[in-house]
Design a protein around this ligand. Structure first.
Ligand code: AKG
Ligand code: FE2
Length: 294
């Protein structure tokens, strides 16, 4: 049923998967991490290659429920992480797909693949806090994984709670927080917006460029609503589509990083942690070694 939902709608919202204490710990480490590492992007900090560069996120795989949900989604226990992971802190985002089509050359599948039911590669979105009061969680367009068009249907804000995960098709149109002051959906949140309204007006009237205004508005909002963090990672089961995707997706991730971080492989300590949690990694695959081994 859940896998059917994933194939039909392009996403599956799985509730109460992860332990709140574990997420709280990762959240605290993530906050510290974002002050020392990451790429400044979209008004926030994004850490690409996060399994390698923010290795504390590997603890997510201590959750059997997370691994079981992934197995259910991809219809096999024989899946692996593809080494593509991001840790996001307070970043804004616009509508997009994660299939790389916006970068040209047929994206990560190297061709349009909207006619295929199951691409054997999916993403997991884990928000480290609730997104029930404001529309600043994940938004999706159900069914949009089967069309090239990005804005192709009715938008849906996923009210995620800390502990939930969303497994989605990389072809699904989605976005995170679009506006620096997102729509309030609860009375508590409406009060927050009311209280900061004078400061919002003050920033809007400032004689500064739009980008700086956006940054100031977002900082103001986050001071009151708390830091917004998420981990997104990719997993796959072997197929020609998923192999092509994993390779091209990794190439893109490496472009975003400085030269000293340019390895597609995970460091031994991270490999050991994932092994301890019985998670297969792409580093062991021959096609991966042939592609990226120096
Ligand atoms: O910022 C967000 O919540 C969305 C991030 C996202 O879409 C991604 O990592 O691909
Ligand atoms: Fe995305």
């Amino acid at each position: 049923m859940s896998r059917q939902q994933l194939l039909e709608n392009g996403f599956w919202h799985v509730e109460n998967v992860l332990d709140n204490q574990l997420l709280q710990k990762i959240r605290e480490l993530g906050k510290i991490h974002s002050t020392i590492s990451g790429v400044k992007k979209h008004s926030g900090i994004r850490q690409p290659h996060a399994l390698k560069l923010a290795p504390f996120i590997c603890e997510l795989f201590s959750s059997q429920k997370l691994k079981d949900s992934i197995s259910e989604a991809i219809n096999t226990t024989d899946w692996y992480v593809t080494n593509h992971a991001d840790l996001h802190t307070n970043a804004l985002s616009g509508w997009h797909k994660d299939d790389g089509m916006s970068y040209g050359n047929g994206g990560y599948f190297k061709q349009k693949l909207y006619h295929i039911d199951d691409p054997n590669v999916f993403k997991v979105a884990i928000y480290l806090q609730d997104h029930l009061d404001f529309e600043d969680g994940l938004k999706v367009i159900p069914g949009s994984h089967r069309t090239e068009k990005i804005q192709s249907g009715i938008e849906q804000h996923m009210g995620v709670k800390q502990g939930d995960v969303i497994i989605f098709d990389t072809r699904l149109s989605h976005t995170g927080q679009i506006s620096p002051i997102p729509k309030a959906t609860s009375d508590k949140a409406k009060n927050v917006i009311k209280n900061i309204h004078p400061s919002i007006l003050e920033i809007k009237r400032k004689d500064i460029d739009e980008q700086s205004k956006m940054q100031e508005l977002l900082s103001l909002f986050r001071k009151h609503a708390g830091t917004r963090q998420s981990v997104f990672f990719t997993f796959a089961a072997d197929s020609e589509w998923s192999k092509t995707f994993a390779i091209e997706n990794m190439k893109r991730q490496l472009v975003e990083l400085p030269s000293e971080c340019q390895s597609a492989f995970l460091p031994p300590r991270v490999r050991d942690t994932l092994k301890k949690y019985n998670v297969n990694i792409i580093d062991q695959k021959k096609f991966w070694q042939d592609q990226f081994q120096k």
